[in-house]
Write a protein that binds this ligand. Sequence first.
Ligand code: PBG
Length: 325
Amino acid sequence: MYPIHRNRRLRTNDSIRSLVRETTISPNDFMFPMFIAEGTNVEIPIPSMPGIFRRSVDLTVKEVKELWSLGIKAVNIYVKVDDKLKDNTGKEAWNPNGLMQQAIKAIKDAVPGMIVMPDVALDPYSVYGHDGIVENGEIINDATVDALTLMSVSHAAAGADFVAPSDMMDGRVLAIRKALEESGYHNVGIMSYSAKYASSFYGPFRDALDSAPGFGDKKTYQMDYANRIEAIKEALDDVAEGADIVMVKPGIAYLDIVREVKNAVNVPVSVYQVSGEYAMVKAAAERGWLDHDKIMIEQLHCIKRAGADLISTYFAKEAAIILNK
Ligand code: PBG
């Protein structure tokens, strides 16, 4: 008998393909990253991220209502603060009336069901554009962690559901968990950027926030893209320190890491399909070299197949519109 296996039998038509399909995606899987600007009625397009804007709080709220109506349940929030508010301590980061705190409050007031996950890292507030406090050209760990705990508690006070430390300092998850507990925010969760690589895929994001490091790079805290083992260690450490969700970032080029982390931990794994990944698809589609919608939907399936339980993606809205059809 030849061939022994006719594997194509399960691919014969759309019905059988649907029946044996292993991975499905829905708007419930997505988190939408949003950039916040000062002012009112402000909407600034980000040239390297077509379709993505930096918006003032009022227009952000409008957008969040639309996302909610499309079935999107979470937003990741990043702010661009005025240069004159930046210093080396990052103290604007825990200003109770700061831009981030205002945004969190406004979103939760308008759409209470939306899970709001502000970014916790000092780079938008740092004169050096680094995620931590700088001393003699070095990013110092423990003083930065102290600042991150103040920042996290102020996000919780503003109404954040989760805080999302993206700074890659050591010990920050435990310190943040402890500070949240001590302040009575038992139900505020931590989504930790656990395996965050020092990646050139973040370029458009840094354009969006004007947050490129002023000197050097982020390789003393973000991970070497050549490494795998430390990603597992970072994720396990963060779970042990109290992270509710661990993240791998970037996405598509790091799906081997996603799968390994997924197999290693007993908490949900999120994946950040980052700005550069978005930009590549947009650029190729603009030239007519790739089919935008098909590539977008395929990539989201692949990220989920690799092991993502949640996906932070700039495609969230466009993908939700297609999936809701
Ligand atoms: C900053 C932060 C970055 C991203 C998320 N949080 C940039 C960086 O680490 O330099 C990148 C996200 C993206 O590229 O979409 N702590």
